[in-house]
Design a binder for this molecule. Structure first.
Ligand code: G6P
Ligand code: MG
Length: 217
């Protein structure tokens, strides 16, 4: 049966979580409070708008609509200064190995990300050409853990959700893949991503034989 692979972006393909963190921290500090790396865990897989809402709750800051919109822009502009400097060296280890293997086996690949910056980031790191479809923060209305992003990706891939395989580093992302009835593969801490069907610390732990088995299932 034809399979489709769906990759999250931030934390799976590239380690942009650290740049998101620096940009949110800068804004928090400007507004007069601290924002820690532990707190940043909650922001993984979460839309920019929702992140700002949580950040303001953490700081106990009330905002007018104008301020809210201005801070959204400010955070993103700051984030983009980091993205600007990215290159292929920031692709996480063995990601191209997996993408190449899927291509060789003619398995379609989609991106399933909450980010509105997905396309420029993939371009920057030289991976855009691997993706048959991009489903990102510009095409989705309901954020993970809602399965919308992955269901749209499955539709574009022309593959049944149950024949889709999702790589995710966020709890909300694993939940989204599971409620879409897809095979979920957690990339990161197996304790945090305990609901995933399979767990790997990173792609260097994934054997191509494992991918082959999934494709042929
Ligand atoms: C990903 C990241 C989140 C980020 C979201 C929106 O899901 O894990 O931390 O907030 O994308 O990203 P954007 O690039 O649109 O601000
Ligand atoms: Mg992620």
């Amino acid at each position: 049966k034809k399979k489709g692979f769906i990759f999250d972006l931030d934390g799976v393909i590239v380690d942009t979580a650290k740049y998101h963190y620096l940009a949110w921290k800068k804004l928090a500090n400007e507004l007069g409070f601290e924002f820690t790396e532990d707190q940043n865990e909650m922001f993984k897989g979460v839309s920019r708008k929702r992140c700002l809402e949580i950040l303001l709750e953490i700081g106990g800051v009330k905002a007018t609509q104008e301020q809210f919109d201005a801070w959204m822009v400010e955070k993103n502009e700051d984030y983009l200064t980091y993205i600007d400097k990215m290159d292929a060296s920031e692709v996480l280890p063995d990601v191209p190995k997996i993408l190449n293997f899927l291509k060789e086996n003619e398995v379609p690949i989609a991106l399933g990300s909450a980010s509105k910056n997905a396309k420029p980031i993939l371009e920057k790191v030289g991976l855009l050409h691997y993706f048959d479809y991009l489903v990102d923060g510009n095409s989705v209305t309901k954020a993970k853990p809602d399965p919308e992003v992955f269901l749209i990706a499955a539709q574009k891939l022309g593959v049944d959700p149950k024949d889709c395989i999702v790589f995710e580093d966020a709890v909300a992302g694993i939940q989204a893949a599971n409620s879409a009835d897809m095979t979920s593969i957690g990339i990161g801490d197996a304790g945090i991503l305990a609901d995933a069907d399979y767990n790997f610390k990173d792609f260097t732990e994934i054997d191509l034989g494992f991918i082959k088995k999934i494709i042929e299932k």
